[in-house]
Design a protein around this ligand. Structure first.
Ligand SMILES: *[C@@H]1O[C@H](CO)[C@@H](O)[C@H](O)[C@H]1NC(C)=O
Ligand SMILES: *[C@@H]1O[C@H](CO)[C@@H](O)[C@H](O)[C@H]1NC(C)=O
Length: 430
């Protein structure tokens, strides 16, 4: 493992993020990580164009002081910015369905039907990226625009992304592509989505179509964006699309298939495309950093991190592979307490464990915020992620709150999280 790609929201300011990232970069460079590439991005969780975020106002001469190891860029996701939800052959995805059918789940009842209309205004967006002086643009591809029924490719969708990629390259901006940023085609959700292992075939085909059509120009691929979030909130709490409430079951099934989908897409690239396209394929993981609410609970923060970041990082980046042992043990014990003869956390075969290990050319990390943890006081009747981790989460009152509900500004959490990753030797040399 040679690289960490760091994506961080600018909730606490681009400059603060970049400054911390510089310190961390030096820290990593001084030791066993061979190359540490820091991508600092601005992103917004609202359905507005990235051009209207704080970044423009923070355009600052100081940025020029960063070393050449740094790349600055912008990041978006297809559902957040494209609009054109039913245009040129695109079929519905789970966020179209959620915003249309469950407006109460969305602030203001908003939809992404039009959004920032980047489908039609991508040239303006590329110009904005160039004007700010960014080096790269991370965007995601709308699966149901490329494969409206899972089988045949939609030429209009291919054309749109070809145009976008070509426009970026013509303006000296490197394209970085996320294959899956949460907008699952509805036709896959109709047969169970991420909880049905048939998704492995669908995703493999989708990834292959992307490499085949765009891999001559796209050299940085992210298979999945934040599986913790789209599994925990999509198939656990039901807060996100597809709004399945299946705490402790659906979320772990989703995570299991997400990891297996990632590894197939990774190996397909290595076997079929690496020699000619010479790109990199990795995964983007979310994690908060956790602090014990009182010093007596030191191991609890560790457990929480293993259940959150370790869930997806340990199978890919650790020496032993597989889910973190503490997570396996906790879920098995809780499953037994519920009277189940099996664990709610699916098991990998030894072949799957071996194939997942090292299946990423980099770790892309999304950091936004931190939490305090204390031992869980009251367990829900239906065990969910927090019950399995055994934690209650809270906020330090000294942390400033940002506009989004979940977002408390804890810049030192980014530093401490990276130190934890390094200390856990989750990142191995490959
Ligand atoms: C646990 O349950 C008790 C009794 O209902 C309640 O007073 C307490 O606030 C709960 N604790 C948490 C952390 O929710
Ligand atoms: C990381 O490991 C170093 C060396 O073993 C230790 O001094 C430091 O306290 C550890 N930091 C954390 C946050 O665990």
């Amino acid at each position: 493992m040679k690289k960490i790609w760091l994506f961080s929201i600018i909730g606490f300011g681009l400059i603060a993020t970049a400054a911390i990232a510089t310190l961390i970069t030096l820290y990593f460079l001084s030791d066993d990580v061979e190359e540490y590439v820091t991508y600092v991005t601005s992103t917004t969780t609202e359905t507005t164009s990235f051009t209207s975020t704080q970044t423009t106002t923070e355009k600052n001469e100081d940025l020029l002081d960063f070393s050449t190891d740094f790349s600055f860029g912008a990041a978006s996701s297809s559902y957040q910015i494209e609009g054109a939800y039913d245009v040129d052959g695109k079929t519905l995805n789970i966020w179209d369905t959620l915003t249309h059918n469950m407006p109460e789940k969305v602030y203001n009842g908003d939809t992404g039907d039009v959004s920032a209309d980047s489908y039609h205004k991508y040239k303006d967006d590329v110009k904005a990226i160039k004007d700010i002086g960014f080096n790269f643009y991370r965007f995601s591809i709308s699966w149901s625009r490329i494969l409206p029924d899972g089988a045949k490719t939609n030429q209009a969708g291919i054309d749109y992304y070809n145009n976008l990629i070509n426009e970026l390259i013509a303006n000296g901006i490197e394209p970085m592509v996320t294959m899956y940023h949460w907008d699952l085609p509805q036709y896959i959700q109709d047969i169970g989505g991420w909880t049905n292992e048939v998704i492995l075939d669908y995703f493999d085909h989708y990834a292959d179509v992307l490499y085949d059509n765009f891999g001559d120009r796209v050299k940085k691929w992210i298979t999945l964006n934040e599986p913790y979030i789209f599994c925990h909130d999509g198939y656990g709490t039901g807060r996100h699309a597809p709004a399945i409430e299946s705490k402790g079951d659906g979320e772990y099934l989703c995570g299991h298939h997400a990891l297996l989908a990632h590894v197939r897409a990774y190996h397909n690239y290595k076997n079929k495309y690496q020699a000619t396209q010479r790109g990199e394929v990795g995964i983007c993981l979310y994690s908060a950093n956790f602090y014990p609410s009182e010093n007596v609970h030191l191991t609890l923060a560790e457990t929480a991190l293993q259940h959150m970041l370790g869930w997806f990082a340990n199978p890919i980046f650790s020496q032993n592979g597989n889910y973190p042992q503490v997570m396996i043990d906790n879920i098995k014990r809780n499953s037994e307490n519920e009277g189940r003869p099996w664990s709610r956390l699916p098991e990998f075969t030894s072949e799957q464990i071996a194939s997942l290990k090292g299946s990423s050319d980099f770790l892309a990390l999304n950091y936004y915020t931190s939490r305090l943890v204390q031992p869980k006081e009251n367990y829900s009747e239906e065990y969910g992620w927090e019950d399995d981790a055994g934690i209650d989460q809270s906020i330090d009152p000294s942390w400033p709150k940002a506009k989004s509900d979940f977002l408390y500004s804890v810049p030192e959490g980014l530093h401490d999280l990276l130190v934890w990753i390094k200390n856990k030797t989750i990142i191995q040399k490959c």
